[in-house]
Every structure is written in C-alpha cells, then in structure tokens.
Design a protein around this ligand. Sequence first.
Ligand code: ZN
Length: 130
Amino acid sequence: MTEAGRSEAKPCIATRQDGQPCRSFALPGSAYCYTHDPARAAERIEARRRGGQHTSKAHRFRALLPPRLVPVFERLEQAMESVEQGSISPSQAQALAALARAMVAVLESSELAERLKEIETMLEGRDGRA
Ligand SMILES: [Zn+2]
C-alpha cells in the first residue's frame, strides 16, 4: 500500500481487443487511459481523422511555413503526439493551441504590416512619376 510517488500512475482498467489488460496509465480523474476513456471517444475519432490528414501533408506543409513558424508547428506536432500517448491532457493541448494561434496572429499581422508598407511605398513611387 505504498502510494508515495505513484499517485498519478494508476493503470487503465480497460481490457484491450486482444483480451489483455491495458497497460497504459489512467488519465487524471478517470479510470481509463486516453485510448479507452469512453468520455473521449468522439474527441479521439476527430483527433485520428485530423492526425491522418496531418501526417500526409506534414512535409509539404512545413516547406510552406515561414521559418519563424516552424518551431511553433513542431511544438504543436509534439503536443498532438503527447495527447495521443496520454502524457498531456487534451485541455493542456487546447491551451497550447490557443497560445500558438495567438503567436501566429501576431506574426501574421506584423507580416501584413510589412507588406502594406511595401505596397504603399510602391504606390507613392508611382504617384510621383505620374
Ligand atoms: Zn487503456
């Protein structure tokens, strides 16, 4: 009955499809791991669907990214894997995603501002010539 240091490491109570007990750890506040938690079934299907699309396009997509966004993208990729493995909770991942969206919004608006400036400079030059 020594629970010291193992309070978070409760095993999942589910049985796998092959009849063996699940060896993953239960999520905090649940008797099940991420894979077996009935409350997360819909979430899981959605994550798998997005994950599939994600991996098939990941390389092409990464090549299109502005270099400044590559680390953000990689962090999100890691977070997705961590959620699937159950090492971070979906709500933690959602918090990460919200922060990433905020970062991207800032980068995008600064990029837009730069472009706008270029266009304005271009137009001023044209006006001067006319
Ligand atoms: Zn399980």
